[in-house]
Write a protein that binds this ligand. Structure first.
Ligand code: NAP
Length: 352
């Protein structure tokens, strides 16, 4: 049980990212001082969205220079903070070297940030942005869970460096965080496990993988149809509130699945069609699994991933986050439409 002093600065790693952007916005609107260690504090173009929000908020933002791969680089920014949000971690599906590009920054970065928390006496709580992928590796894994639904009790045991490397990176990083937190008693660890994040970010040109999927639904790349993929989805603004509540709810503990709905790719497309009609080449049907399997390598998918995910229901139970943190969710159909509208406004997708 930790009570966080709201007069003290709050640290957010990865503040330039899609998920953290809305979290920093929430913290600034609450009048808090945010310490934002970023890779390049002189990159004004990348920081302009955060700066604009800060100019119109009660709170204040201060930048520091830090890198997940540089030991001790978060110490200065953490000094005097009760609360640390560790969101920074690469979310990219296509990488050349999964160890270097995903696992090292996720795992060594988490170790780095938590070792700083051990050194900086003011820290009372760390909120880690993990993921539902640290709970479910492949959708087929759900078959082995009670009623086919994953809860915070499950761990991803199927991902490896060669299969679902991003999921593997999030799993080993969260496990390491629990290991480090249990070796001390000054700060507690509260984990947020979001499903796929959608909805308008503070920066319409985000580089998160979230943008890539929603772009694909509307730019014609999926016009022949979508694989029968099931995912969970959550609005980036609801996720920001969930992080905030995880930070400031004294009795918060453990992991929290943060996911509004279990939904299919086709249902996401149908929500877009309901709003935008046939102005964009949205997919209108599900492709047979054998076709997806055959075509997989030509569209950058691995056949093993197709085999273990297409056609399997991916389901999580989001009740703990609602009950213990008080998280509430807007409908995914609204979030996807607002997200797509942001991409249209930014000129990233064009009507037919
Ligand atoms: P994002 O927009 O790509 O943000 C990633 C952030 O991590 C950026 O701020 C990036 O900084 C920072 N980062 C990456 N490598 C770094 C390094 N070596 N040193 C310092 N900072 C580094 O992705 P996102 O979607 O917001 O993801 C944020 C977090 O949410 C991640 O932990 C991700 O696993 C988790 N998550 C995301 C989703 C989703 O659907 N988007 C779902 C579940 C969990 P730069 O600006 O300098 O690149």
């Amino acid at each position: 049980m930790r009570t966080i002093d709201r007069n003290k600065a709050v640290l957010v790693t990865g503040a330039t990212g899609y998920v953290a952007g809305r979290l920093v916005e929430k913290l600034l609107q609450e009048g808090l001082t945010v310490h934002a260690p970023v890779r390049n504090p002189d990159d004004h173009a990348r920081l302009k969205y955060l700066n604009t929000i800060a100019e119109h908020s009660k709170g204040e933002i201060k930048y520091f220079k830090a890198d997940l791969m540089q030991q001790g680089s978060y110490n200065e920014a953490m000094e005097g903070c009760d609360l640390v949000f560790h969101t920074a971690s690469p979310f990219i599906n296509s990488v050349k070297n999964p160890q270097r590009d995903l696992v090292d920054p996720a795992l060594l970065g988490t170790e780095n940030v938590l070792h700083s928390a051990n050194e900086i006496e003011s820290v009372k709580r760390v909120v880690l942005t993990s993921s539902c992928v640290a709970i479910i590796g492949d959708a087929k894994d759900c078959e082995s869970y009670p009623n086919g639904i994953a809860t915070e009790n499950q761990w991803n045991t199927s991902s490896t460096l060669d299969h679902q490397a991003y999921s593997y990176s999030k799993t080993v990083a969260e496990k390491k965080a629990w290991e480090i937190s249990k070796q001390q008693a000054r700060w507690d660890l509260v984990v947020v496990n979001p499903s796929f994040v959608i909805g308008p970010g503070i920066n319409p040109n985000g580089t998160s993988e979230s943008f890539n999927l929603v772009l694909q639904l509307g730019d014609g790349r999926m016009k022949a149809g979508v694989p029968e993929f099931y995912i969970g989805a959550v609005d980036v603004r609801d996720l920001a509130v969930a992080h905030y509540l995880a930070g400031f709810t004294p009795e918060a503990e453990g992991r929290h699945i943060i996911s509004a709905e279990n939904i299919s790719f086709l249902q996401l497309s149908e929500a877009l069609q309901a709003k935008f009609g046939d102005a964009f080449p949205f997919p209108r049907k599900t492709l047979p699994k054998f076709l997806v399997w055959l075509a997989a390598p030509s569209v950058g998918l691995k056949r093993k991933m197709v085999k273990l995910n297409v056609g399997y229901k991916w389901q999580v139970d989001n009740s703990k986050g609602k009950k213990k943190l008080g998280v509430s969710y807007r409908p995914v159909s609204e979030s996807i439409v607002e997200f797509f509208q942001q991409l249209i406004d930014a000129g990233l997708v064009k009507a037919k």
